[in-house]
Design a protein around this ligand. Sequence first.
Ligand SMILES: Cc1ncc(C[n+]2csc(CCOP(=O)(O)OP(=O)(O)O)c2C)c(N)n1
Ligand SMILES: [Mg+2]
Length: 564
Amino acid sequence: MDTMTAGGAIFTRLKALGVDYVFANSGTDFPPVIEGLAEAAAKEIALPRALVIPHEHAAMGMAHGYYLMSGRSQAVMLHTNVGLSNGATGAINAACEHVPILLMSGRTPVTEEKRFGARTVPIAWGQEMRDQTALVREACKWDYELKFPEQVGGLLDRAWAIANSTPKGPVYLSLPRETLCEATPRAGLEGPPSLSPVAVAPDAAALAEAARLLAGAERPLVIAQRGAGDAASFTAFGRWVEAWGIAVCSWWATHLSISTEHPCHVGADPGPWLAEADVVLVLDCLAPWWPDRHALRPDARVIHMGPDPLFSRFPVRNFRCDVAVAGESAVTVPALIDAMAGLPRDEAAIAARRARLAEGSEATRRAAREKAADVRRGITKAYVSLCLGEALDGLEASVFSELGTQLGTLKRSEYRSWFQEPHSGGLGWSFPCALGAQLAEPDRICVATMGDGSYMFANPTVCHQIAEALALPVLVIVLNNEEWGAVRASVAGLYPGGHAARANEMPLTALKPSPDFTQTAAASRAWSRRVTDPAEVPAAIAAALTVVCEERRQALLDIRVLPD
Ligand SMILES: Cc1ncc(C[n+]2csc(CCOP(=O)(O)OP(=O)(O)O)c2C)c(N)n1
Ligand SMILES: [Mg+2]
């Protein structure tokens, strides 16, 4: 019988499941995996590419970014409990954003002797846990352990199908070393998936009710955080809100749902629009507004639409929900548009509403951009956002922002052209995410913009090493204010005029002295520049774009910005 080691069988099966990359960080649990990889290669079995990723957080971020671009779940393979714990923040981020990832890590050998694969070095005793999976269980939709080598195909099929079912998310499989060392039949490993992911379809009655409410609304509002589905539904969504004169607010948007230039895009502040809205469509938002600050009209009707409208995995979340429409936005958005197609319309009222929105959105954009252009005090995040939006206009580019450039002041128009860190806020996300995106789409311009704190959370030496090793010409823009500004702002928000806010230097927020990040990047032979003069910003961005597009080499701008 033709057999192979279970360690190698994993890769064979992942290939059959459509996995292109295994982002791996190996250890002493990996001999059967590495031997299996070499064995499969020797037998000319098609495999996903296994990549050496020198930090687990970067591996998770890359799988996340690859999915955002390709829509296909990838695999991450880590070292026992210690590697897994480094990857846990990435799992939390992926879970929060419904990003499917096949996460695996080895189990240190449980046998001490007399079995192939048994313990050899002291870490095998040191890394044993009773419940290793507990490190990521809350972030995973499904978890299990490989008990027998012949289970590789079945368990990976199950993991993959569950990860890709609505609502999507990461799954985890632990891989004991002794089991990985055993042989398993090769037959069937290259066949098609044995399980189909479940796509949830919207309930017809809920959809009809949502359509009826929106068509009859006087002041309809959409709040959208995680985009509007796929390329086709993104385009359809933009046309639909214009056709019906519906305001779209992008409060804390992590994906672009509509062009920032669209006449119905009223900006990021839901406050004034929520105060007057009689029907609100919450389109895939974890937290659509700030309950203590923004008030709904008492008679407003609220529709929640998304893969999991109640976000059932989140313990507390009580935004009012009168109608719930479940499904991926690529399905529910066109379905809602169709459901409204035949409903009565008050053309005069819609036209008036549309004109008012166009005026309001134009005024919001103009005010934000005029303010951003004011550089009398120095460079601000808003100014860099303005300059980057202009520089990228008309180019096929995606921006991954993490306390970096700001949507709206930053002009973004196309589907997938904007992403922000997940609401789980596990920092160090945008740099590896941009690397994963660049891997998925080598010809796209991938820009990671982030705070200095976020850059350091990303393990920048690791990320620059990956960019060089894999020839990924990402552009990194660090908005360096030499502090954790968001933490300072949070203290000042909760204790305005308090001791901390009045202190010369607020405790636990400064990042001084700031390292010379251009040298961190240069260590991996990136093109890098520091920018301190506002007048230099546009030319510096243009020069960096030339480097990434023409030399196809990674670039970094360390832009010194004022605290917000
Ligand atoms: C892994 C992780 N650790 C800590 C935090 C808490 N945190 C939230 S915002 C922030 C500061 C971010 O600083 P920076 O990226 O420089 O952006 P700034 O606010 O200064 O513009 C920190 C430390 C977090 N979100 N994630
Ligand atoms: Mg900072």
